[in-house]
Each structure stands twice: as structure tokens, then as C-alpha cells.
Design a protein around this ligand. Structure first.
Ligand code: BGC
Length: 937
């Protein structure tokens, strides 16, 4: 038998995660990948076994579910349909597949998942807190930064432990410890939600941490998003007494439940209740996400703390306060409210995903040591110091330095972003890392040490929801390869609990405009399936009663115009993001889950604009950060309304909702008609004469005739040329700009913009020293520092870690490298690289047009690779198409006869079928495998 023909089943996932604990859905979706070294190999059938024990599975028995041999090529989104699953149940599974010739594969390696606590009554533990007698903080005076609270409970495990599982939730952020060891490696558990409505809980397998005999379960609880400073609340005076903190409640609370299963079959539950003890005397003296953490190592010995009984959280009683919104206030009760629902956390946890060694130390003023990590990250540091007991080390963070070498902190606004560490005086030195805060930084200023520290005194710990890397991009222009790396860094820095706008200043909100612009790029850089699946729940929770999606999710308080909660293009993220997740992962469940919510949104959108003319709704950020070329909000609104309608129609089709698909198509058509009557002049030009206006019109396919489309694309190109070949577009226009240019025959211009080093451009930013994506093209210039090109930039509104303009990497992967899909989920792949035209040379002072690209993308079906090289009229492409998929490949060529594969004329190559020749490209259909095409252009 030819071993190459055998399919391998690998990378088993449950609900997008590897061996997850605490799954809540009754029908978890299973996923694997098939691999084969043989061209054209595909899966024709599968059999899944799900068993209640690993031993049962090892005997090839699926006592929970045995699908039998299912004739299907599906490898993902397969919903478990076996025996009903109970709370806490463990499920072990594996899969076997059959290839195209009917040969069976080996069984995959086993995988597993466990169920969470599925019913409210499964929670036996009680929410606990400490007796909080402090007054509710007021806005007057200094920051209010209470110490973290410690909780503990001793218990006996009298018999041999077979399995122990810890479930917990927090109003605040909690870290649990069992016998002195931290449970799991996640940060900021259990997560941010609108706590009265819903709180996340976490599940950890702690079998290895429970020992026979005496045990101690302990927790450290900090304010987090629940009670700490959130966003720009303090800056603009939101929340109770305009403090910007205690947005959801006054006193953090904890709910923890340890389920122990003994070898003899008996069970025991250890849950939080009033028999727990609590103390506020521990070493963590301050713990705030925005402000920082203070740790007094002299207080580490808990036997010296005063411990008092914990109380049931509700015993702290009600706490009435006046909550300030934009131009109004209302009464709230910040006393404990039991979350209406506890829901399992479905995203990959926030962890340390990389450690960065400091590259350099400077001492701009005596005793202030600045460590340079060499790249802009978000996270915390590990501090390694030696000194006398009681020495206080102050640690400040910044993304940039001033000319004189001082830390630049103006752009942190009200985020204090300062940690303190008080030494206990250990003879061999001591190490520490904060646990309840994070910062956006490249530079770390350490003061208070008696002696100059060594370079390894500071290590950067990069925090991010641990979304596995999915793509890699490199090209002949090293500046643009660097830019791609900057997007990855910036994505990690901002995928912390939610897709944030920026990680450094007092903001860090789930701004929806930014998220919708960037989500597709995000999907090329990393597997963001579970991350966005979770955030879409946050988003639905934040949907306004009117049906509008708000400006950011979660939605702690409003911003912008009085009464406004939403704005064009930001609000549409509620449709664009689910569409993208479906498109990339073939995920129809996410569409079903949010369909009612999206429908409500569309009804609201329709009501807001009954005449379909485009309206100004709420906040009018529009083409935010455009370069002196604003596009009227009504125009942008009409374009986005149509985009949402078109996506709704596609999603309705995917769900088999034919009537709704037709209804949204009609809306989209009516909007196009309205657009043409309002904005298109007889000569085909637009009454709104901005680059963004043309881009959005082309992207939205508003023109009735191909000629009109071509003319509009030519006008856009002309406008850019007249603008000295520079962009004038903001967030909304820049995202589709290059996609639109290439899609309309303007690839050379797209490439020129992509590779430009002149303001405003990505290359400009890199040449000014960017290691991350900046909020503004000129957030820093060598010439004018932080004042921007005009000398007028506001240094406080100037983030150096803002992914929105990084959305161009969608074009980088999809269009330049040419890796795309035409249906959902990369089952049928499009490989359509876009090299510069033959004979294109660099314009004076500009970069040499990219002549090679090497990229890959790990799709849900496996790795898709595209590497091309253009040398004059010679073009080469090496591409890999994963098993169980097919691809249409577009090779730039002067005719079909000039294309070879692996050095052979095409007729001789198995698995490659010539389809047609069109638009200077030879088009082939291929099966899986690696192909080396060469052509003459
Ligand atoms: C954020 C943006 C966001 C915007 C709304 C800013 O403060 O950082 O990225 O989309 O507000 O205009």
C-alpha cells in the first residue's frame, strides 16, 4: 500500500480550542484537519468516537457517541449529537477518516473536553466578599486604589483523589491558588461582562494540585473592570460621582467551587461561603488595570495578616450613588447584585505569550534607569532586583522617549501606569511580576535602586488572549515585511479580553469601528475564531434597546454627543464581524446565535433612515483620522447601510433564509438606487469628491454598469495622482482602498501606496521607527517629535499601538500574496497573486516595486501557501493547497501555453485543470498539493 495516500487526522479542536475545560454548549462542535503528502487527497468519510473515559476510547468504543462511518468531507463545525452531556462530564474523542480511494486512516491521537456547570443549581457555592466599611470613593482628591483582598479555606481530602475541578467567577479579577500554587496560567480571570446581566466563569482541572490530607484553597481578588478604573471615565467624568471607577459595583466578590471526585466514587464540594477567611493585609497594596500595582514583599507571610470571616456578598447591603453619563446622571445601586447568568468563558485565556529581554539601559537622570525592550508591547514585566528591605522601587512605563531621553507619558492621559515594588531584602535578590494590571510600553523606567541594575533586571512579559499564530508574510520590501510584523505585535497588544483600540492610555475599549475594519486582517495573523466568538456575545449584550450596536463593547458608559450611543460604521460592526467569522471559519452557528440581534439592528437602521438617503445617526466619527478630506457622514452612512444589507443577505442565504436574503437584497438595491440618484453625476463622477467617497462607492458596488465602475476607479486613481500619489483616506476609506484599487485594475498604484515612504503611509511610519502600528501616520516624526507633520498633533491622543491602519494587511495576504476563499471557510481556495506589471520601475525616490512575496495562512483546513517571484516577464508561483480542499489559481501569463508546472507543460500534470484565460491570467482548477508554476507575462 502506498503510505503517502493515507490521510492523517491531526489538530483536533473542540469549540475552536484544544482540549478545553468547561464547555457549556450542549452540542460542542468538533474539528480536525486531514493531512496528506499526496496530491488531490481528500476525505470521503469520517467516524468520530466520543467516550466517557480514556480507557473506553482506547478500546475504540464510543459510549457517548459513535457516528459510524459518515460519508462526508466535513472536518469542522460538526456538532456533537451523542448522549446528553451532564455538568462536569469529561468527553474523550478521536476520529478516523477515509481518503479518496476509500482507504481508512489510522485513528487520530485522542482529544478531550469537559463540560462546565450547566444548570444554575449546580452552583452550590455562595458569592463572598469582605465586610466593606469604606465610603464609596469620591472624585475629589487622589486616586482610590484599595489593596487586593485575600481569601482562604482549609479543607481535608481524606481519600485518594481521582479528579478535581475548580469552577470560579469573580466580580473583579481573581487568581486562585491551591496549596500555594497558582491555578492555571491565565491572567485577569474571570473576565469583563455587564456583571448584573452576566458574569463569566472559568473551569480548571486541578487534579494535580489537590493532595491527600490537608489542603488550602485561596484566592486573591482585585477590582478589575468591575470596581476599578475603566476607560476614560475619570478623564471625562463618567460613573459614580464622576470617578471613572466602581462602574459596576463597589465591592469585588468571589464565587469558587471545587468539585472533588474520589477514587472510591464519592464526591465532595468545597465552595465559597461565610466559613472562608479574608484579609486585606497581603502584599498587593494597589491593583488596578489602568493605574498599576503596588507590592510590598515584606508582607508576603500570611501568618502575620489579620484574618476575619468572609461574608456573603449581599451582606454589604445596598450602595446608592449618582452615576454620571454624557450630560445626565441617574441613580444606581452599587451594592452586590447576583449576576443573572453565569456563562463559560469561551475565548483562549490571556497568558504570557512571549518574553522580551531588555536590549539597553539608559540613565537620563541620576538613579532613573530606562530599559528599552526594542519593541512596543502590552503586558507586564518581571522585575529582578536586590537591595535592602523596605527599598521602594518605582516602575513607570512608556511607549516612546522624549528627545532628552525621558519617558514619554503624555499619551497615557489618566492611566497612571506605575507599579511599585517594596523589597523584602532577600540576600540573593528577589523577583516579582504584577498580576492585576497591564501596560502598553516599550520603555520601563525603574527608580529607587541604590545601584545601577543589570540588563536582566527587567524582562517584558507580553500578555494577550492566546490566539494561535495563523499567518506569516514576507516580501522583497523589508520595510513592509517589518510593517506586517508590527501588525502582529499590535494585534497581540490589543487582543486582551476584547479587541481594544489601544493598550496604553486610559481607554482600552472595544471600539467597534476599529474591530470591524481590522477583523479580517486579524484572522490572517491568528486563529481568532474563539476570541471573536466570545466578543460577539459581549457585543450582543451591549446592544442598545433601540437595536443599535453601541460604539464599543462592553459598554460601561456612553461617549460623544449627548444621547448618542452609536455611530455609522461603528454600529455596523455588529453585522460585519459575524459575517467575517462565518466567511473565514464557515461558522453558521455564530450567525444563528446572533441572527435575532442582527435583525433587530437592521430594523433599527431602517427606521433611522426610512427614505434610505443616508443619515447622520448618533456619533459622527465617519472617516476618522482622514488627512484633510472629510466625507459627509450621510454619504458614509448610506454606504455602510448598504454594506450591512449585502452582508445580511449573504448570511441569510448561508442560513437558508431565502425570504430574508431577498428582503436584504432589495434594501441593498434600493440603497444603490438612492445613491445613484443623489451622488452620481451624468458623467459618472461623484458629487462628493473625496478619495474615500470613491473607495466606498466602488467597494459597495454602487454603479449599475461595468463602464461606470471602470470610470470611477480611474477617477479614484486620478484623484490619488493629483494628491501627489498620497492617501487622504481615514479609518474607513483606507481599509478597502488597496483592495478596491487592485479589484479595479489599479494594482500598480495600490503597490505604490503600499510601499510609499512619504506621509501618510505605512512605510513612513516604519521609517520613523515604528515597531507597532500607530494611531496616526505621524504619531511621531523624526523632525517634529510628537507634534506630527503639522506641528499640531495632540500628544495625549496619540497611541503607538492602534491596529486600525494595520488593516491593509488583509490586502497583503488576500491580494498581494493572493490567498483568499470564495465560499466560507477556505474549502475552495482562491490563489490570485498580484505582482506589479511587467516593466514597472520605482518612481524617483520610491521603493523598488515588490518582486517577491512569501506568505502562508493556516486555514481551518490547513496551511495555504503562496510564494511568488516576478523577474521581468518571468513569473513563478509556488503554492500549497491543503488536503481536502480545491483551489482556483490565477497565474499572470501572456497566454495559457506559456505556463508550466514543475517544469512540465500543463497537459501532462495530474490534478491541474486549465479552465480559461482571462484578464491576462491563465486560470486553473487544482486539487490539494504543492505546485510550482512558471509563466511568461
Ligand atoms: C479610539 C478610536 C475610536 C475612536 C472613535 C478613539 O478614542 O481610540 O480608535 O474608534 O475613539 O472615534
Amino acid at each position: 500500500m502506498n503510505f503517502l495516500a493515507i490521510l492523517l487526522c491531526v489538530a483536533l479542536h473542540t469549540e475552536y480550542l484544544v482540549n478545553p475545560d468547561g464547555i457549556e454548549t450542549a452540542h460542542p462542535r468538533l474539528q480536525w484537519r486531514v493531512e496528506s503528502a499526496e496530491h488531490g487527497q481528500r476525505q470521503t468519510a469520517y467516524r468520530i468516537l466520543v467516550a466517557s473515559t480514556d480507557a473506553t476510547l482506547a478500546r475504540d468504543e464510543g459510549d457517548l457517541w459513535d457516528t459510524g462511518k459518515v460519508m462526508s468531507d466535513a472536518t469542522s463545525q460538526i456538532a456533537y449529537a451523542g448522549k446528553p452531556l451532564a455538568s462536569g462530564q469529561q468527553c474523550f474523542w478521536k476520529v478516523q477518516t477515509w481518503g479518496k480511494d476509500g482507504a481508512a486512516s489510522k485513528w487520530s491521537e485522542p482529544a478531550k473536553w469537559s463540560m462546565g456547570l450547566l444548570k444554575p443549581e449546580d452552583w452550590k457555592a455562595q458569592w463572598i466578599s469582605f465586610k466593606d466599611e469604606t465610603p464609596l470613593p469620591s472624585a475629589h482628591g487622589k486616586l482610590h486604589l484599595p489593596p487586593a483582598r485575600y481569601y482562604r479555606k482549609d479543607f481535608e481530602a481524606p481519600r485518594e483523589v481521582k479528579r478535581a475541578t475548580l469552577y470560579f467567577s469573580a466580580l473583579g479579577i481573581a487568581e486562585l491558588q491551591l496549596n500555594g500554587r497558582k491555578v492555571g496560567d491565565a491572567y485577569f480571570e474571570s473576565g469583563w461582562a455587564d456583571y448584573a446581566k452576566r458574569a463569566y466563569y472559568r473551569t480548571h482541572d486541578v487534579t494535580a494540585l489537590v493532595k491527600p490530607g490537608g489542603n488550602r484553597l485561596a484566592a486573591t481578588v482585585a477590582d478589575g473592570w468591575y470596581a476599578g478604573y475603566v476607560g476614560y471615565g475619570l478623564l471625562v467624568g463618567r460613573g459614580p460621582d464622576k470617578t471613572g471607577r466602581n462602574i459596576y459595583g463597589k465591592t469585588p466578590a468571589l464565587l469558587a467551587q471545587l468539585e472533588i471526585e474520589y477514587a472510591d466514587g464519592s464526591h465532595e464540594t468545597v465552595g465559597t461561603d461565610a466559613t472562608w477567611e479574608t484579609s486585606g493585609d497581603g502584599p498587593i497594596r494597589e491593583a488596578d488595570l489602568l493605574m498599576g500595582e503596588s507590592y510590598d514583599a515584606r508582607k508576603a507571610d500570611e501568618s502575620a495578616w489579620k484574618w476575619t470571616p468572609a461574608i456573603r456578598a449581599e451582606e454589604n447591603g445596598s450602595v446608592k450613588a449618582k452615576f454620571f453619563e454624557v450630560g445626565s446622571s441617574h441613580e444606581v445601586d452599587l451594592g452586590f447584585q447576583k449576576p443573572a447568568k453565569l456563562v463559560a468563558y469561551t475565548a483562549p485565556p490571556i497568558r504570557v505569550v512571549e518574553e522580551i529581554a531588555a536590549k539597553k539601559i539608559t540613565e537620563p537622570k541620576p538613579g532613573a534607569y530606562i530599559f528599552n525592550l526594542g519593541e512596543n508591547i502590552a503586558g507586564v514585566i518581571r522585575l529582578k532586583v536586590k537591595g535592602a528591605a523596605g527599598t521602594v522601587v518605582q516602575i513607570r512605563y512608556g511607549e516612546m522617549l522624549h528627545k532628552d531621553g525621558r519617558l514619554m507619558t503624555e499619551n497615557l492621559r489618566k492611566a497612571r501606569a506605575t507599579d511599585f515594588y517594596t523589597l523584602r531584602g532577600a540576600a540573593n535578590g528577589e523577583t516579582w511580576q504584577p498580576r492585576f494590571t497591564y501596560h502598553g510600553f516599550q520603555f520601563v523606567e525603574v527608580t529607587g535602586l541604590a545601584e545601577k541594575p543589570a540588563l536582566d533586571a527587567v524582562t517584558g512579559l507580553v500578555l494577550s488572549n492566546d490566539t494561535p499564530a495563523a499567518g506569516e508574510f514576507a516580501c522583497s520590501d523589508s520595510v513592509m515585511t517589518q510593517f506586517w510584523k508590527n501588525t502582529v505585535r499590535t494585534q497581540r497588544a490589543n487582543f486582551i479580553e476584547l479587541p481594544t483600540d489601544c493598550p496604553q492610555r486610559d481607554e482600552r475599549l472595544g471600539w467597534m469601528g476599529d474591530a470591524q475594519i481590522y477583523v479580517r486582517t486579524a484572522s490572517y495573523n491568528a486563529d481568532v475564531s474563539a476570541f471573536f466568538t466570545k466578543w460577539l456575545d459581549d457585543l450582543e449584550e451591549a446592544q442598545r434597546e433601540s437595536g443599535a450596536y453601541p460604539d464599543y463593547a462592553p459598554y460601561p458608559f456612553a461617549h460623544g454627543e449627548p444621547g448618542a450611543t452609536h455611530g455609522t460604521a461603528w454600529t455596523d460592526a455588529g453585522v460585519i464581524v459575524p459575517y467575517t467569522i462565518w466567511k473565514v471559519y464557515a461558522d453558521t452557528r455564530v450567525l444563528e446565535r446572533h441572527w435575532a440581534s442582527m435583525t433587530k439592528f437592521m430594523e433599527w437602521r431602517r427606521k433611522a433612515d426610512p427614505e434610505l438617503k443616508g443619515v447622520s445617526i448618533g456619533n459622527t466619527w465617519g472617516d476618522w483620522l482622514n488627512v484633510n478630506e472629510a466625507t459627509p457622514i450621510e454619504y458614509v452612512d448610506l454606504c455602510y447601510h448598504r454594506l450591512s444589507a449585502m452582508l445580511m443577505s449573504a448570511m441569510a442565504d448561508a442560513l437558508g433564509k431565502r425570504d430574508e436574503a431577498a428582503k436584504y437584497r432589495d434594501t441593498a438595491d434600493a440603497l444603490a438606487k438612492s445613491f445613484r440618484s443623489q451622488f452620481v453625476k451624468p458623467d459618472g463622477s461623484l458629487t462628493v469628491d473625496t478619495q474615500t467617497a470613491y473607495v466606498l462607492a466602488l467597494e459597495g458596488r454602487f454603479f449599475a454598469e461595468p463602464d461606470e465602475t471602470r470610470a470611477a476607479a480611474a477617477r479614484l486613481a486620478e484623484k490619488i495622482a493629483r494628491n501627489d500619489t498620497r492617501m487622504a483616506t481615514g479609518f474607513l476609506g483606507t481599509k478597502p482602498l488597496l483592495l478596491t484599487l487592485t479589484g479595479n485594475g489599479q494594482t500598480d498604484l495600490a503597490l505604490r501606496l503600499f510601499q510609499s515612504r512619504r506621509f501618510p503611509s505605512w512605510g513612513y511610519e516604519v521609517e520613523q521607527g515604528a515597531t507597532s502600528v500607530w494611531e496616526r501616520w505621524d504619531s511621531f516624526t523624526k523632525e517634529h517629535g510628537f507634534d506630527g507633520m503639522t506641528g499640531k498633533n495632540n500628544a495625549a491622543m496619540n497611541s503607538f499601538s492602534h491596529y486600525s491602519f494595520g488593516a491593509v494587511m488583509q490586502w497583503g495576504f488576500q491580494t498581494l500574496a493572493g490567498i483568499d476563499t470564495d465560499g466560507p471557510g477556505y474549502k475552495h481556495i482562491i490563489i490570485r497573486p498580484n505582482p506589479p506589471s511587467v516593466g514597472t520601475t520605482a518612481a524617483a525616490g520610491e521603493a523598488k516595486p515588490i518582486d517577491w512575496v512569501k506568505a502562508h495562512y493556516d486555514s481551518i483546513h490547513g496551511r495555504i501557501a503562496s510564494a511568488w517571484r516576478a523577474n521581468g516577464a518571468d513569473f513563478e508561483l509556488t503554492t500549497t493547497i491543503p488536503a481536502n480542499t480545491t483551489a482556483t489559481i490565477f497565474i499572470p501569463a501572456k497566454d495559457a501555453a506559456s505556463v508550466t508546472e514543475g517544469g512540465k507543460a500543463l497537459g501532462d500534470v495530474a490534478g491541474v485543470k486549465l479552465l480559461r484565460y482571462e484578464n491576462d491570467r491563465t486560470v486553473f482548477e487544482v486539487e490539494s498539493g504543492t505546485y510550482r508554476f512558471a509563466s511568461k507575462r
